[in-house]
Every structure is written in C-alpha cells, then in structure tokens.
Design a protein around this ligand. Structure first.
Ligand SMILES: Nc1ccn([C@H]2C[C@H](O)[C@@H](COP(=O)(O)OP(=O)(O)OP(=O)(O)O)O2)c(=O)n1
Length: 178
C-alpha cells in the first residue's frame, strides 16, 4: 500500500518521514515532488569498471541551465534531504520529465527503511534537453512495510550511501565483494 497525501503529512508530523525543505504544494495525491539540486556529476573515464572506484567530477548547473546530451550518464541529486524511518521510500520519475525524454534513474528507484540522505539521480536523456537547478525532477512515494525491520539502512555497516551529502555520489559497487 502507498501512503496518501494525508498519511504522508501525518508521518511528517510524527517525525517518521522528514523532507527538507518541505512545501505543502509539492504534496501530490499519494506522492511528494522532489527537485533537482544544483550539482551534477559525470564520470572522469568513458569506460567504467564495475570492480574499480570510478571517480566523478562535480559541476554546478549554470543559472541559464545545462544541456544534457544523449550517451552520457549524469549523476544528479535531489534538492531535498529526506529521512524515512518506518516506510519504504521509492523515487519515481514524473510524467512531465519523462515527456521531455529524461530518465532520472537507470535502475534504482527503491530506497530502504532508515535511509537518511539526499537522493542520487542516475540521469540520461533521449535527445538534448536543457535542465535547470530547482526544477521538479521526480517524486517520492512511500510504501507500508510488512514485518519488523532487524537492520535499518543507516545502521548497517555496509550502507554505502549513508554519508550525508548535497552532491551526487558515484557508484560504490567497488565496496561489494565479488
Ligand atoms: N536512485 C537512487 C536509489 C537509491 N538511493 C539510495 C536510497 C537507498 O536506500 C540507498 C541504497 O540503494 P540500493 O539498496 O539500491 O543500493 P545498493 O544495494 O547498491 O547499496 P547498499 O549496499 O548500500 O544497499 O541509496 C539513491 O540515493 N538514489
């Protein structure tokens, strides 16, 4: 089950969901709209290696926007810092971004109970498109979780994306043993 607008507000009042900054007008019927933060990043190397620590370069989106090009993976970040202590948060695109040919995640939409951070966006586009810091970019939806949680995401030793940041974070796949 997905939380309704009223239930999201109740959870915010209880402190089990935190969204900063929070604006009432961003609350949808059963979602909350999130916005593009000012930093983007691209990988330094063209060929990525799933076993290696692939380094990224951050840059700021200029005031008059930045044109994304097809064939490049851009890492973005939500303006919003979120904490979700009792539900499973999912990051989804918005129809209006999708209709511009913008994907905001390559494969990872699911968050974990206990995740406390900004969200890294895995951005690609179908054709060149100018994007702007602060534009609506996606939406968070909240699922009710069944059963007790033994290990919250932020308390896991191996929670790779739990260091608080306002910038996009590169893949930490290199920390996995395989
Ligand atoms: N587009 C996304 C998707 C997820 N996350 C955050 C929320 C998740 O709680 C956290 C971890 O996501 P995954 O479990 O999908 O990632 P991994 O399994 O690779 O990492 P870990 O081993 O830390 O669980 O990353 C994010 O910032 N941006």
């Amino acid at each position: 089950m997905i939380l309704s607008d009223k239930r999201i507000l109740e959870e915010i009042e209880k402190g089990t969901i935190i969204i900063e900054p929070f604006k009432a007008e961003c609350l949808g019927t059963n979602s909350y709209d999130v916005h593009l933060g000012k930093y983007l990043a691209t990988y330094k190397d063209r060929i990525l290696d799933a076993k290696a620590h692939n380094k990224i370069e951050h840059f700021e989106i200029p005031k008059d926007g930045y044109v994304l090009q097809p064939g490049t993976l851009y890492l973005g970040v939500t303006l919003e810092y979120t904490e979700t202590h009792a539900h499973v948060p999912f990051l989804e695109g918005k129809s209006s971004t999708g209709r511009l040919g913008i994907d905001i995640h390559a494969t990872a939409g699911k968050g974990d109970v206990g995740f406390c951070n900004t969200w890294t966006l895995e951005i690609s586009c179908a054709q060149p498109v100018r994007i702007y810091a602060g534009m609506p970019i996606g939406q968070l939806i909240y699922f009710i979780v069944e059963g007790e949680i033994e290990t919250m995401y932020n308390s896991k030793d191996n929670a790779k994306y739990s260091n608080k940041t306002t910038k996009p974070v590169e893949s930490m796949m290199w920390k996995n043993k395989f």
